[in-house]
Design a protein around this ligand. Sequence first.
Ligand code: F6R
Length: 366
Amino acid sequence: EKGGYDHFMLKEIYEQARSIRDCLRGRIYPAQGKIQLGGLQEYKEKLKMVDRIIIVACGTSWHAGLVGEYLIEEYGRVPVEVEYASEFRYRNPIITHKDIVIAISQSGETADTMAALEIAKERGATIFGICNVVGASIPRITDAGAYTHAGPEIGVASTKAFTAQVTVLTLIAFYIAQQRGTISQSKLIEFLTELDSIPALVERTLQCNNRVEEIAARFKDSNNCLFLGRGSSFPVALEGALKLKEISYVHAEGYPAAEMKHGPIALIDADMPVIFIATKNSSYEKVVSNIQEVKARGGRVIAIVTEGDTEVRDMAEYVIEIPQTDDAFVPLLATIPLQFLSYHIALMRGCNVDQPRNLAKSVTVE
Ligand code: F6R
């Protein structure tokens, strides 16, 4: 049942080339610059005119929502708010019939996310779902949605479900951009062509496993860890920190790299591993200077970099290379080494990788 892998988590990490391919299947036609999202078809006009989108979710799905915010705002130019479902539901949120509220949930059963959607529905919003489990409670109450098609996820830590959620959000962002005319058809063709190649790039990224295992061995005894990134790599940093916390029981925090100097920099010493997402994209130079700040304080830097990078290689203690891709798709690749890192550290610390203490796969109580 684990397909030859020691744990479901490892199997599910390795499934990501396939799960992303399944998620894209029948939905993109790069040569024609066409995106087909069956469920959203009817809401084309609504998406064209909408002036605010609210995303509600919990945990890892909330991190996917943050990536979605970057993508939808950048390409579709619609303001997006991303809310913890548990906070949203209890603070008398301002919602009108003009809003679109999107719930993201692997299980489709999370109590807080479900309740947040019910409130949004009561107040007249259009409600969408991005879920993995077909026929679950959330997809049953939504007006429309898109399944992630990642296949069953057994490991408690969400891995392939996260990258599939991000894939669907990427499709939605470009779909909105096309409806609103905020992207040219030629640019869209370029993006979809690149998106079509992501499963192959994921396949290549998965080859970093041995390298990550070596690095994990060096840091397995650390009791703290910082994850830093900018732009859409900031939610990737949050996700890396959550994975490490939940399966290795190592205290970890994710931060936007620039926020470091507003507090967390005080934590940095020779015992503090700092993991940077430092790929070659629009925030590269800024991240490089944040790496220098950590180095100057004796912190130990591990960096996820773009293949062929030399600048960060010279500064960091360890680098993990991932293939070059457009800014829009970096989260899909950069997440993978962080999944491996938490997996190996958990294993080396003797933790139960697939069933971490105190956690359940689906949180059906608030
Ligand atoms: C983390 C994890 C949880 C879930 C959260 C939401 O690895 O699995 O943080 O992401 O409980 O669950 P869903 O997506 O089923 O609503």
